[in-house]
Ligand binder design. Structure first.
Ligand SMILES: NC(=O)c1ccc[n+]([C@@H]2O[C@H](COP(=O)([O-])OP(=O)(O)OC[C@H]3O[C@@H](n4cnc5c(N)ncnc54)[C@H](OP(=O)(O)O)[C@@H]3O)[C@@H](O)[C@H]2O)c1
Length: 207
């Protein structure tokens, strides 16, 4: 297969609240199509999707999870319900945008939240990312004063981190890879009632 024939990945965002809509706007700004799904009938948020852009496709959860890359933009507590949508997540990349703030560590078996989430998505490759900024900032054009707003990415799968890094670039952000979920990734995960050190750090990279 030549480079020009390379299969284009398909994208979906699960959750269309504050973060889901901010992500959808980033896709729309860059003309990249993305499906969106919640627990509701897609008709109920079709006009909100159309207001963001023609490439924002409202659909059902069952349809949305057919995408190659799935952004998890639901509350941490809802991730098992999303995970149940497929018996296996083999071949898929899940971008975990959740913040498990206030969740007692013992409820996650002492694991970093992203590793706990990863366990639910059997067979999938998980990248923690796009979660360190408040929605009102993530929502803005990441081109800032000639630089690009930073998003942090962490994954135990280097290939998946590279894939989401390339997508982040296409969305106009400057990705910074932090390494594995239990190492650098801890900087962007909430632990009980405290935040990882990089959460809320609104940084801009100048090339
Ligand atoms: N808000 C922020 O500034 C911010 C910043 C960084 C990270 N985050 C994280 O991002 C996640 C989303 O936060 P948010 O502020 O966007 O929340 P939100 O505004 O309450 O939106 C949550 C969305 O998830 C959907 N949803 C809930 N359960 C679902 C399920 N089982 N399947 C599919 N969709 C489901 C909801 O739709 P329906 O209930 O209508 O189906 C809604 O569209 C959270 O984990 C949060 O910690 C938030």
């Amino acid at each position: 297969m030549s480079k020009s024939e390379k299969k284009v990945a398909s994208y979906a965002i699960i959750g269309f609240g504050k973060i889901g809509q901010a992500l959808a706007r980033a896709f729309a700004r860059n003309g990249i199509e993305v499906s969106i799904a919640t627990t509701r009938d897609p008709e109920s948020f079709a006009s909100a999707a159309a207001a963001i852009g023609p490439g924002i496709i409202p659909t059902t959860l069952a349809e949305a999870v057919k995408a190659d890359v799935i952004f998890l933009a639901v509350h941490f507590e809802s991730h098992p319900d999303v995970a149940k949508a497929l018996p296996s997540w083999q071949g898929k990349t899940i971008v975990d945008v959740t913040n498990a703030y206030g969740v007692p560590p013992e409820k996650m078996g002492g694991l970093p939240s992203a590793r706990f989430v990863a366990q639910a998505f059997t067979g999938g490759k998980l990248v923690k990312g796009f979660n360190h900024l408040v929605a009102a900032i993530l929502d803005q054009d990441p081109a800032v004063h000639g630089g690009r707003r930073v998003v942090f990415l962490a994954s135990d799968d280097d290939g998946a981190a590279a894939e989401i890094g390339a997508l982040a670039e296409s969305l106009g952000f400057a990705p910074v890879k932090l390494g594995g979920l239990s190492e650098g990734g801890l900087l962007v995960q909430a632990h009980g009632n405290s935040w990882g050190k990089l959460i809320f750090q609104d940084l801009v990279k100048f090339d």
